[in-house]
Design a protein. Structure first.
Length: 275
């Protein structure tokens, strides 16, 4: 596992965006062989999406031959609902870059057959050849997508009831009214994410510090689903300083030292120090 520590969330976002742009450019994607990404919603990736938009506007990267699969979606709210993840992705990224609408894949939380929708999503990922890079964020309890504590590390895309903590956390998007938060979701599974050729996780803020500590220093545990990243051959976490608060000093210094040549985000677009 790689751990990239940046001074603040703005630099974290810039680092991740430049890394993604570099990966896309190196892949030289085409219509026949696109670069395939998994994408998250929530507050963690917004800064990265803003930086990717800037890179696109500067002509540093194109998304024309990028195919995306989003992590999750609520069940039972309209596609055009202000808090649907369809709306989130189009407002925060897709409408501002040159991605083709037919290359965007987001789970349908209003499908007549939810289980068939989930299986079709998995089948489509397999049919395109798998995901090249899965980007993610985590919750304070270490959950990845809607794979809350206790989720199987072998899970695949499925419907998932949301626990009370998640609904409370997400109620800020629903006028702070927990009764307005959907009770269930569709989500990729931990095994779906881990099947990607590369996984990059954004961790920001002091409230994520305990989750980062479990991800990096503790063992693999289904109560902290982010810890499954330890088993991935190309798993990377990019975090800010506040998120490192619970790490041992030795752990912090170890990763700062071995990644000291890889910390400047502006160098990533041309750097050879990349997976």
């Amino acid at each position: 596992m790689r751990l990239i520590i940046q001074d603040n969330h703005k630099l974290t976002s810039k680092w991740v965006a430049n890394y993604i742009a570099r990966k896309i450019n190196l892949a030289e994607p085409t219509a026949e062989k696109p670069f395939v990404m998994g994408l998250p919603t929530g507050s963690s990736p917004i800064g990265t999406y803003c930086e990717l938009i800037l890179l696109y506007e500067k002509g540093k990267v194109s998304f024309r031959h990028v195919v995306t699969f989003n992590m999750d979606e609520y069940v039972g709210i309209p596609k055009d609902h202000p808090q649907s993840y369809h709306t989130f992705m189009w407002n925060n990224l897709f409408s501002k870059i040159d991605i083709l609408p037919e290359n965007v894949n987001i789970l349908n939380g209003n499908a007549l057959d939810i289980k068939a929708e989930c299986q079709a999503y998995e089948d489509k990922i397999q049919a395109i050849g798998g995901i090249d890079l899965f980007l993610g964020g985590i919750g304070p309890d270490g959950h990845l997508a809607f794979n809350e504590p206790g989720s199987s590390l072998a899970s695949r895309t499925r419907d998932k009831e949301l626990n009370y903590d998640t609904k409370v956390a997400n109620s800020r998007f629903f006028e702070n009214d927990i009764s307005k938060v959907p009770n269930s979701s569709l989500t990729v599974g931990i095994a779906t994410v881990m099947a990607a050729r590369e996984v990059v996780i954004i961790v920001n803020g002091y409230n994520k510090a305990l989750a980062l500590q479990h991800a990096v220093e503790e063992g693999v545990n289904h109560m902290w689903t982010i810890s499954a990243l330890q088993l991935h051959p190309r798993g990377m976490i990019v975090c800010d300083e506040p998120a490192t608060y619970e790490l041992k000093v030795g752990t912090y210094k170890h990763f700062k030292d071995i990644e000291k040549n890889n910390l400047e985000p502006d160098n990533l677009l041309t750097s050879s120090l990349i997976w």
